[in-house]
Design a binder for this molecule. Structure first.
Ligand code: FES
Ligand code: FES
Length: 154
């Protein structure tokens, strides 16, 4: 079975007809051409697919599109304002917080939410609230620094 869903992605309204099993991640990557969100595990364990839905971070691989009628989705492609990077994108560059970059879009989306949630009081707190985002390259120290920088502490 299929369903029609209307949702906003990075400020643009889309009405799509999708198979009811279509994940938000597959909608973004395969239907809307937004390939910044990555498919790591496709099972909720790595965070590479993290996006914001109505301002809250979710694993898009575990989120069904049919449940998102009327939702506002923000992906890594929607963070910059024209040529101006989001402060956390800039902080990842300044702090050299990635190697292969595969986890980075998810780390940044999760970090944006972590800052909005106010979970940046200490390095330990950031680590805990970013723990759903795995980095196989082991960039954790610098990722925490980038979140601290964007949160205004560095
Ligand atoms: Fe979604 Fe790993 S791809 S959590
Ligand atoms: Fe390679 Fe994180 S930078 S997985």
């Amino acid at each position: 079975p299929t369903s029609a869903v209307s949702l906003t992605v990075n400020g643009r309204r889309h009405t799509v007809t999708v198979d009811n099993r279509t994940s938000l991640l597959d909608l973004l990557r395969e239907h809307l051409g937004l390939t910044g969100s990555k498919k790591g595990c496709n099972a909720g364990a790595c965070g590479a697919c993290s996006v914001l839905v109505d301002g809250r971070r979710v694993n898009s691989c575990l989120t069904l599109t049919v449940r998102l009628d009327g939702a506002e989705v923000t992906t890594i492609e929607g963070l910059a304002r024209g040529d101006e990077l989001h402060p956390l994108q800039q902080a990842f560059i300044d702090q050299d917080a990635f190697q292969c970059g595969y986890c980075t879009p998810g780390q940044i989306m999760s970090g944006v939410a972590c800052i909005q949630e106010g979970h940046t009081g200490s390095e330990e707190e950031i680590r805990e609230w970013m723990s759903g985002n795995i980095c196989r390259c082991g960039c954790y120290v610098k990722i925490v620094r980038a979140v601290e920088q964007a949160a205004g502490r560095k």
